[in-house]
Design a protein around this ligand. Structure first.
Ligand code: SF4
Length: 503
């Protein structure tokens, strides 16, 4: 699919228009110059801006014409950057409208192409906007459908119930700890995850670096009186290391981090059932960690095989019961919609199996074709469901969770996600993962330690975010963890000292 754009500056508009076009077609080309290849559609824009911005879009395709217009006032107080943002939004608005008319596909998230829709609603409410006005803005300016606005509101309400002081946690931090090892690599995975077998040397040096980071960051937090709200061990699979290594890691956490007893939540992903043992569960118990994830993804054996998860369906169920019997009180399970060879029937089976276990929370992902994954590189090998069936499965998940007492409490979207849908976290009341809320809504600094761990430093006044990522592979991490720790400490100084000088 090739769409020719006329009347706009390529440099400014290429990216926003490409993102909107991607919502409708697979690998479309948005061109700003007429070339030999004939475009399938041509869109001519007229943009006028003075005290308001007025955009007209006229699309011609298959001998038919479609038109849309959008106007938005430009208050004088806006900065140049804000004006340019408003113009881009107005152009996206008119463009999405003509594409919807042409294709007959309604984009439920409207012109929103970002990852965190609920952030937009939080921001309006935090700035004192009434709920009605905030909803009106989402519908009129972003073209989000009433169904999705309702979902956003439901999630925002849940989040504020789970963390009533969500808007006032900027003087605390959360910690993410990345352990980059797994038993084997799954076909859809782009996380830093290295098959652990035969890598004990690499594991040892990695853990050495991680202990160092935990000690140094912990020391800084203690010395500066900064509290920790939540800790999350992810990866990879943090339970791929031995029980003894886990024990030493949690001991380090208790020794180095400030006031661990009052941390609101500590989660350890035990995603791969093949890594869970009774001994490791004892270690988690010893350190009062009772929130873990055990991820079935699917309850169909052939699917697990096709995606390279070398464990059986029975093992997921057996390890779930083992974890329960050894005191794990808050278990999350991840499911994926749209795995190769799976349709509504297979997904219904997965939901039926989930019913027998009733974990405290469920995260329902929609398969995303990430560029670096094995699955994307060999796309033709994997047969996946179409847009309509994906939507049917999403609806099944929505209905099933509502019928069984779960509420949606966070959501995020990804690029290249099947059917342009979203990933949704559901939980039984009071069992939401606080860390997931904090990371999604970007209302607090998150410090990432370990391999591939990303940190986000949130500016105390403007809320501006500075990203910082640790190296993804254990070798580069081992070579540079000291330097990365120092950089993070200097960023923490900037954030927190700025805050205290403003207080
Ligand atoms: S278990 Fe998770 S982190 Fe590990 S390879 Fe599979 S998807 Fe990646």
């Amino acid at each position: 699919m090739r769409i020719l754009i006329d009347g706009l500056n390529e440099e400014k508009f290429k990216r926003p228009l490409q993102l909107i076009t991607n919502l409708f077609f697979e690998e479309p080309e948005v061109a700003f110059r007429r070339e030999d290849a004939m475009p399938e559609a041509e869109v001519v824009f007229t943009v006028i801006h003075e005290d308001s911005v007025s955009v007209k879009a006229a699309l011609t395709a298959d001998g038919l014409a479609y038109q849309a217009a959008y106007e938005k006032s430009l208050p004088e107080c806006l900065t140049d950057k804000e004006v340019s943002k408003t113009i881009k939004k107005a152009v996206s608005h008119a463009y999405l409208t003509v594409l919807q008319q042409w294709t007959g596909i309604i984009q439920k998230w409207g012109i929103l192409t970002g990852v965190r829709p609920t952030k937009l609603l939080h921001k309006s409410l935090q700035h004192g906007e009434t709920m009605d006005n905030a909803h009106k803005m989402l519908a009129e300016e972003y073209l989000i459908t009433p169904e999705k606005i309702q979902l956003m509101q439901e999630i925002v309400d849940r989040q504020l119930l789970a963390i009533p002081d969500l808007y006032h946690l900027r003087d605390e931090v959360s910690i993410y700890i990345g352990i980059p090892f797994c038993p084997t690599k799954c076909a859809y995975c782009t996380f830093p995850a290295y098959a652990i077998n035969g890598r004990q040397g690499s594991v040892n040096s990695f853990l050495g670096g991680l202990h160092f980071e935990m000690r140094e960051i912990g020391r800084w937090l203690k010395e500066n009186g900064v509290k920790i709200t939540t800790v999350y061990y992810g990866g990879g699979t943090p339970t791929s290391i031995t029980a003894q290594e886990m024990d030493m890691l949690y001991e380090e956490m208790y020794t180095s981090f400030p006031d661990v007893k009052n941390i609101r939540e500590i989660t350890v992903e035990a995603g791969r059932p093949d890594t869970i043992t009774s001994e490791k569960l004892d270690v988690l118990n010893k350190w009062n960690i009772d929130r873990i994830s055990i991820n079935p993804q699917s309850y169909i054996q052939e699917t697990l095989k096709a995606i390279g998860r070398h464990h059986t369906v029975e093992e997921t169920i057996e390890k779930y019961h083992l974890a329960r019997s050894q005191g794990m009180n808050n278990i999350n399970m991840d499911l994926i919609i749209g795995l190769p060879g799976e349709g509504a029937k297979e997904f219904q089976h997965t939901l039926d199996e989930t019913k027998k276990l009733m974990p405290e929370s469920l995260t329902v992902h929609t398969l995303s074709f990430k560029r670096a994954s094995e699955m994307t590189k060999n796309k033709e090998k994997y047969k996946v469901a179409g847009r309509e069936e994906i939507e049917e499965m999403m609806n099944l998940a929505e209905e099933w969770t509502a019928d069984h007492g779960y509420h949606p409490y966070y959501l995020y979207r990804q690029k290249n996600i099947l059917g342009n849908l979203e990933n949704v976290g559901y939980a039984l009341p009071g069992q939401e993962s606080l860390y997931n809320i904090l990371i999604m809504e970007e209302l607090q600094t998150i410090i990432g330690l370990g391999c591939g761990a990303s940190s986000k430093f949130i500016h105390p006044v403007t809320g501006a975010i500075t990203h910082f990522a640790n190296p993804k592979d254990p070798k580069s991490y081992n070579d540079s963890f000291k330097e990365y720790t120092e950089k993070k400490i200097s960023m923490l100084k900037e954030i927190f000292h700025q805050e205290s000088s403003l207080a």
